[in-house]
Design a protein around this ligand. Structure first.
Ligand code: FAI
Length: 574
């Protein structure tokens, strides 16, 4: 045996590992300051590379530069920064082993419990048209080394490669993560570096950097169940929630038990006029430390109703699923339009709203609008002409507030700072409660998809497919969403068979169906639903795959000469 020896008796168990020292080294800096703030506030020491460190320091955070830890200035134009034993021993020491702990002390090296890395934008650089050494320089070496080291050492280290996980990490800043959570992050980290290296290899082979065609993905059910980021419900009866704390602190809702504790400590915010219907009593309760729609400030209009809260929350979920400026218009908890800003739009959020509204103006009447950016005057002027129940956003420009406040019947809500959803979701069933990890699984990058039919599509079509696939997870199942240019053009939602959802999406899109792309939240059980989309003239489709009749479905796409991608992951929303 050539690898290291392994003696199971030497390993001491480690479940929850509190964060003491974090290493942050990111190319995409979005959200890293907020994360750094949460970590620093919890007393976590921050160590960071060149420009990440500068950004954190400029934000007033205490941060140690990697070069100070290694005693070695970053060299060779950044080719060597973190590639040093003083960093990698801190990432790889397995503190379950007494001799690793001892050696680390002897070496004078402190361990890391949290590593946040995202890699040089290799694929984006290729897509920008760069060639030769300009591309080679974007092959990240130190980043993947840290990601893989930390993922291997998930028994001790939490590795974060996806900015969408930052809110969870921020919430867990004071407690750290469990082994199960670190394992799930390690899984994602290895998938991330594998996809990255795959793209690099394809570039060297002179192939397009996106994932090549491959045999149909195995049925998701046939794959091993991935570990969830939330702890499973403890067996038997859940522990009784403790008495509410006198001063409600922010609750860690990333696990089922954490969420149940928070529910036990929830406090009544207000009685509502009524529930879903006028004969039902209802109230709104707040979770300790919650920063969601419950905590939003009513700037104008009548008090929110029960249904307003449900719809506004659904709209927020849809709009905040995008990093880009995005708007969702919701009716009865379903989006009747979702859009991101048109490229180069002078007023991005106004553009996103205009396009979301245009998807289905009939249904948008009396709708609830969520924007993930400040509402501008231009957006307000358009909204003012549309009968709207609620507009919720992180903020409103003063002029926008003035324009909208002239409308008596609209409710305007400003989100609390640091708006975030809970780390677990709860639903009541008779005699019990269902708790699950939210569907934040990130399978939106086409690099992880498999092309099952047709030829490579243009970057624009690929971007539309990515948009449609992301947007369709905010739509109740069975969901079919047609999109064009980063905007939905037809949504078929909530039907009890996929065929009707296809019919609905096509009917709502009308002439816009031709040339649009389609996303289906789960596999097509038969080719008939897809055929409706094909007959309407869609240009490409993305769906999970995994049906026993995948061959039939793929053959229909082949026959129509369109490209079909399989994601291997579905996005049911019930
Ligand atoms: N060479 C190294 O030792 C190294 N260590 C970290 N990086 C990358 O440098 C970037 C962050 O650098 P900065 O904080 O200076 O922007 C990250 O994308 C990270 O993956 C490295 N760069 C590339 O290989």
């Amino acid at each position: 045996m050539s690898g290291p020896q392994h003696d199971p008796s030497l390993y001491r168990p480690r479940d929850q590992v509190p964060f003491r020292r974090a290493l942050l080294s990111v190319s995409d800096k979005a959200g890293v300051v907020e994360l750094g703030e949460a970590l620093a506030a919890a007393g976590v020491e921050l160590v960071s590379t060149g420009s990440t460190a500068k950004l954190l320091a400029d934000a007033g955070l205490p941060v140690t530069e990697v070069a100070r830890v290694t005693g070695f200035a970053e060299a060779l134009d950044g080719r060597v920064k973190t590639l040093h034993p003083a960093i990698h021993a801190g990432l790889l020491a397995d503190l379950r082993l007494e001799h690793h702990e001892r050696q680390l002390v002897e070496l004078g090296i402190a361990p890391f419990e949290l590593v946040v890395v995202n890699l040089y934008p290799f694929v984006e650089t290729v897509r920008s048209g760069a060639e030769g050494d300009a591309v080679v320089e974007q092959i990240d070496i130190g980043g993947p080394a840290m990601v893989r080291a930390s993922a291997k050492n998930h028994a001790n280290v939490a590795i974060v490669t996806d900015p969408r996980v930052y809110p969870l990490i921020a919430r867990a800043a004071g407690t750290g993560l469990t082994l199960l959570q670190r394992r799930a992050l390690a899984r994602d980290a290895f998938a991330h570096t594998a996809a990255y290296d795959g793209a690099v290899a394809r570039w060297f082979a002179g192939e397009p950097v996106e994932a090549p065609a491959a045999p149909a993905a195995p049925a998701p059910a046939a794959q091993a169940e991935p570990p969830a980021l939330v702890e499973p419900m403890p067996g038997g009866t859940p522990a009784a929630p403790p008495a509410p704390a006198p001063e409600p602190a922010a609750a860690d809702t990333s696990s089922a038990s954490g969420l149940l504790r928070a529910v036990g400590a929830a406090t009544l915010v207000q009685g509502l006029r009524y529930g879903e219907n006028s004969h039902q009593h209802a109230g709104l309760f707040a979770l300790p430390g919650g920063r969601g729609i419950t905590q939003a400030e009513l700037l104008h209009g009548k008090p929110m109703s029960f249904n307003n809260y449900v719809d506004a929350d659904a709209a927020l979920r849809a709009a905040y699923d995008f990093h880009e400026p995005a708007v969702a218009v919701v009716k009865h908890a379903n989006p009747c339009g979702i859009a991101i800003a048109a490229p180069g739009a002078a007023d991005p959020i106004a553009s996103a709203h205009e396009r979301a509204h245009a998807c289905d103006p009939v249904s948008a009447f009396g709708g609830v609008i969520a924007a993930n950016r400040t509402v501008t005057l231009a957006m307000a002027e358009t909204v003012a002409g549309i009968f709207t129940e609620v507009v919720v956003a992180p903020d409103f420009e003063p002029e926008a507030l003035e324009v909208l406040s002239r409308k008596k019947n609209v409710r305007l809500l400003r989100l609390p700072e640091g708006y975030a959803r809970e780390g677990s979701e709860l639903r009541q069933v008779s005699g019990g409660l269902l708790v699950q990890q939210p569907d934040t699984f990130d399978a939106f990058s086409s690099h992880t998809w498999r092309r099952a039919s047709g030829s490579h599509v243009s970057d624009a079509v690929l971007a539309d497919l990515e948009f449609a696939w992301r947007a369709c997870r905010s739509v109740k199942s069975n969901a079919i969403l047609l999109a064009s240019g980063g905007a939905s053009v037809g949504v078929g939602m909530g039907q009890v068979n996929r065929l009707d959802s296809c019919r609905l999406a096509v009917a709502r899109a009308g002439e816009r169906a031709a040339g649009s792309v389609a996303a289906s939240d789960a596999f097509f059980p038969f080719a008939d639903g897809l055929q409706i989309l094909l007959d309407a003239g869609i240009s490409a489709v993305v769906q999970p795959g995994g049906s026993v009749r995948d061959d039939e479905v793929i053959a229909a796409a082949e026959a129509a000469g369109i490209t079909m991608y399989l994601t291997g992951e579905r996005h049911f929303a019930h």
